[in-house]
Design a protein around this ligand. Sequence first.
Ligand code: SF4
Ligand code: SF4
Length: 646
Amino acid sequence: MSRLTEEKGGDILLMMGNEAIARGALEAGVQVASAYPGTPSSEIIENLGKAADERGLYVEWSVNEKVAVEVAAAGSFAGLRSLVAMKQNGVNVASDFLLHLGLSGTRGGMVLIPCDDPGALSSVNEGESRHFAKLLELPLLEPGDFQEAKDMTKWAFELSEEIKGLVVMRSVTRLSHASGTVKTGPLPAEKRKAVFRSDGFVIDPETGPVHTMPVAYWHPIQQQKLKKAEALFEQSPFNTYTGPVEPELLIITSSACTFYSKEAVNVLGVEDRVGILKLGTTWPLPRNLMKKHLSASKKILVVEEVLPFLEDNVKILAAELADETGVKQFFGRAEATLPTTGELNPDIVIAALAGILGIDYKPVPQEFEINANMLSFGNAPSRETTFCAGCPHRASFWGIHNALAMDNRKGFVCGDIGCYTLAFLPCGFSTLKTGHCMGAGTGIASGFGQLGRFGMDQPVLSVCGDSTFFHAAMPALVNAVHNKSDIIMVILDNSGTAMTGFQPHPGLKASVMGDDVPDVDIEAVCKAVGAKTAISDPFDVEATEAALLDMLRNQTGTRVMILRQKCALSPERKGRKYFEVSIDENVCLGEKCGCNRLCTRIFRCPGLIWDQAAGKARIDEVICAGCGVCASICPSGAIKKAEVAK
Ligand code: SF4
Ligand code: SF4
């Protein structure tokens, strides 16, 4: 039994935010949970997957976020409590179904947990899910600490059943991935039986079919649900106020910004001048509660990440209430008291608060930061952004880059989202030339592949990972085949959703619950839709370059090259070398080598290091993952490899 499944409750445990959310869902009696992996959300489903057997849950990694919501919705339609989690980008993917689910309503309590990534610490944008809640007319909750992450999750299911609609509970990286103490509650004993009623009257929300028509009937009902949520929010214990009755300045905040706001007030010692209204229910805003607090202060500072969602909504409400509360002076993003991009931190909030209050606060001087950076730069080993030692993507991009150079027609590669996005950088030989959302690489390539009729004679390639192939690239491939697009789609198949921690995908025989499940053959899918296919091992550099060159020069139409080699950090490869690799100092050319040390300056595997004293390259035996690829790229044959006995 894990601490997640301890039934009695009452323990005070150190929990990661995502673990607390999973525990809250278990305490609520969740029975169905689904997600597509994405940092910082992945641990929610991983934890529920671990509890699946013991608690009798159904948990899955779905093929993408839209399907994940649909799977969870089925659980809800059958009367069960269901949860769906994703990173912020996933809400974009799922928004089509979400718009309709908001309208049709739910039955068993259903909670959507998007985890946003302010500062884009592990994302390619800092998009916000909060705006979707407003757009989709769904109630929005935001936990402000770890205890709330658990308690609010449980309450979100109750709210969903009260209003018969989907509830959104947004987390952020600093909450999902940080840890704090959480007091657990009991786990419920009873399990619901799944029954889907569809035989009732056509607009009966409990027994009729579940759909959005007639829209004119359901839309006002959806808005009534939102009104009901707003009324419940008025008394919510997740909205709290600390500070004087009539503060000189009122901070309105939510989520992880609660920590920064509290610290700022504490550091400046202005507890008697500043109040903090921490909102856990951020859409719709509880009007009466807001009126009470807006009436008590003339100056308002809104502290949130990233865009002015709360600020805009509070301003609209303040304008509506101006007759009763008086006109306010607002500080926040709009007039640049706080930055409009990136994560906040206590320093930023302290400086903003000091500025408003006229406190002569001296933050750490800029020179200190510069000196600290210089010192760490000078004394720590340089670590550039690069692929891991032995990563198959480095070898793949080496092959792609060289094949395009040999082809010599200015061919280019449209990129996608995964570890391989790094191939924009020198570590991937700057091979990628476009980069947007999942699946977009092949979609864009499909468009470029039509431009030959307008004189474009450059070969067009796209890359995507194996998980991305299933998530969003398959429709783009079908589009390319159907419209006779002249492209090569390169699938970088490293046997898992590596970037987010090796979650299984439909190409593998494993599920999050540990079951044996059928694998879907990527090559068979590509062939079935009509693409010409080939498979190569990127560690066989010569064969991969030759196969790509053959596709470039001798084939037309939609072609797929699958470059298949396991991720260096996968459980199958981690700590196991294919080759012992060494450098023959007598053969190594050192500085005289092509491109001035081809292996360390161009190929850039972290397992290769430069021995300044000897003027030769060396293998760092601790870091080297034994892929053997560098032996193929050394022009003088100085890098030797010997197969490791299996
Ligand atoms: S064999 Fe060479 S390329 Fe492979 S991990 Fe070791 S140093 Fe890097
Ligand atoms: S090992 Fe090979 S590639 Fe590296 S510096 Fe020596 S000769 Fe050049």
